[in-house]
Design a protein around this ligand. Structure first.
Ligand code: PGA
Length: 260
């Protein structure tokens, strides 16, 4: 049984540390001591320490949005995994499409980051997903297979079992165009099968695969109810505590309804 995992990717928001602390306070208050759904927030790195302080005593965990693969050295502007761990992070988003497409991140770079994160004990949330052009050309599953293969290259099954993946169709991110539950489930089932072929059934069953792309309180329930969707990576809707908590409530309902 995989516990649903709902993570808020705050991206380049909010504008200041007080607003970040306020949002984290509201998420903390709404979640209380509930652990039947795992919740995380991923603020900009400069707010990690402040948000970690706010989350003290809460089951809500903390993630970063990116890191470098090197541990130290002459890499101006970069952050190392150990630094993120030191601010209280347990997770780090890697290979988000806004980094792949906006900043030229390749599968090989994502793979180095995944290895470096695991090395220091951070859990990577590895993002994969096709563009609209690729979907319309019928290449969705090929793209997912290539990104999986490249991002997870050289990793042993026991490491892969502890990873989180996020299927985020690029055309659904920030557009309000959510994938249908059928489209999302098809991609998730394919990801699970690809993992099973490559790393074995037992590993594939353990990997948490989130869906991301315009998840809102009103579409979360039917997405989270799909058998191979194990949570959500939420962008825009994670910036309003009520919306984010609405998605968490949908996850709790799905869990209470006996999803396995
Ligand atoms: P969105 O972003 O929910 O705003 O579509 C999701 C993501 O990029 O992780």
């Amino acid at each position: 049984m995989r516990t649903l995992f709902i993570a808020g990717n705050w991206k380049l928001n909010p504008a200041g540390a007080d607003a970040a602390a306020d949002l984290a306070e509201k998420v903390k208050a709404g979640v209380g001591q509930e652990t039947r759904v795992h919740v995380a927030v991923c603020p900009p790195s400069v707010f990690l320490h402040r948000v970690d302080t706010v989350l003290d005593g809460s089951p809500v965990t903390l993630g970063a949005q990116n890191m470098h693969w090197e541990a130290k050295g002459a890499y101006t502007g970069e952050l190392a995994g150990a630094m993120l761990l030191d601010t209280g992070c347990t997770h780090v988003i890697l290979g988000h499409s806004e980094r792949r497409h906006g900043m030229g991140e390749t599968d090989a770079m994502v793979n180095r980051k995944v290895k470096a994160a695991l090395e220091v004990g951070l859990i990577p949330i590895v993002c994969i997903g096709e563009t609209l052009e690729e979907r319309e050309a019928g290449k969705t599953l090929d793209v997912l297979a290539t990104q999986l293969e490249g991002s997870l290259a050289d990793l042993p099954a026991e490491k892969v079992a502890g990873l989180v993946l996020a299927y985020e169709p690029v055309w659904a991110i920030g557009t309000g165009k959510v994938a249908t539950p059928e489209q999302a489930q098809e991609a998730h089932a394919f990801i699970r099968k690809t993992l099973a072929d490559r790393f074995g059934e037992a590993t594939a069953r353990r990997v948490v695969v989130q869906y991301g792309g315009s998840v809102k309180p009103d579409n979360a329930r039917e997405l989270l109810a799909c058998p191979d969707i194990d949570g959500a990576l939420v962008g825009g809707a994670s910036l309003a505590a009520e919306d984010f908590l609405g998605i968490i409530r949908a996850g709790l309902e799905v869990t209470a309804a006996g999803k396995s």
